[in-house]
Ligand binder design. Structure first.
Ligand code: RP5
Ligand code: MG
Ligand code: MG
Length: 281
């Protein structure tokens, strides 16, 4: 069974000293009785302002049109990749288990919040253009486009939220351009757009499901589709200048190794990419 760690037992991100209720490993699952469990209630100011990307307060307000849980609700996808989730007090319950925080935290949607993660790779090469082989595993080393997140300084895949009604394929490309190639000059734009379209037309899905994201709560959680776009010859995006933008404050081609420490469950997704290409890990 899947479990979560990064959304437990620590300060809630972007909150004002919101400490999660302690949940020991053995009591994560809802199947275990935990009578003392009292999750801390938290909704961020940004969510309380009712921006377009957030749901109404379904717990306290009775909207004229009730949400369609576990369904495609208008253009909001309330379906989970983990199957049908349960409701508790009229709102979804995190299928992976307790997090020590309830309500939505900083997430906009009750239930699944859908994201997409583009993992753009090339081979690491030396000055002569030859693949660099790792000394211990004797396997070639892959590099991926990695961004530094503004919110907590973690290195991460340049992913982002799927907007209401947006196709996942659109999110993948849009987030990559926003976070990793933000200031492509106008004279470069057409050339870049063409190349990026070619690269992004042949992705390989490596993961679809729950993300162990530090923002998850008992009622709201992240799910993603992670897709690999590989520039085999390094002649596509491998040649472009990267530039951090939007909520990214840094960007670089990062070597893929087993020691990578990335945001949320991103190391797990990147590992799958290494395996897919029989590369060093
Ligand atoms: C993670 O949060 C996903 O894997 C994705 O990378 C990211 C989306 O959130 P923002 O980058 O928009 O904050 O759970
Ligand atoms: Mg973004
Ligand atoms: Mg992002």
């Amino acid at each position: 069974p899947i479990t979560h760690h990064k959304c437990r037992n620590q300060l809630y991100p972007r909150g004002k000293n919101i400490n999660r209720f302690q949940v020991p490993d053995a009591l994560v699952s809802w199947k275990q009785e935990y009578p003392e469990y009292k999750p801390v209630e938290f909704v961020s100011d940004a969510v309380l302002k009712k921006p377009v990307w957030a749901d109404p307060d379904f717990k306290n307000e009775k909207p004229a049109v009730p949400p369609k849980w576990n369904e495609l609700d208008g253009n909001v996808d309330r379906r989970s990749y983990l199957g049908k989730y349960e409701l508790e007090g009229g709102v979804p319950r995190n299928p992976v288990g307790r997090t020590g925080i309830c309500l939505r935290g900083t997430l906009g949607r009750w239930g699944p919040n859908h994201a997409a993660d583009p993992i753009v790779t090339r081979w690491k090469t030396d000055k002569q253009g030859k693949k660099v082989i790792d000394k211990t595993t004797k396997k070639p080393i892959l590099q991926f486009v990695c961004i530094k997140r503004q919110d907590n300084g973690d290195w991460a895949i340049p992913g982002g939220m799927v907007d209401a009604g947006e196709q996942v394929s659109t999110t993948l490309k849009r987030e990559f351009m926003e976070e990793a190639m933000s200031n492509t000059s106008t004279d470069q734009k057409n050339k870049v757009a063409k190349k990026i379209s070619t690269l992004f037309s042949q992705g390989q899905e490596v993961y679809k499901g729950y993300v162990d994201d530090p923002r998850n709560t008992d009622n709201s959680w992240m799910e993603t589709v992670a897709v690999n776009f590989h520039d085999e010859k390094g002649t596509n995006v491998g040649m472009f200048k990267l530039h951090a933008g939007d909520d990214a404050v840094g960007v670089q081609w990062m070597d893929i190794t087993g020691t990578l420490q990335l945001f949320a469950s991103h190391s797990e997704f990147v590992k799958k990419v290494a395996q897919l290409h029989n590369a060093h890990w």
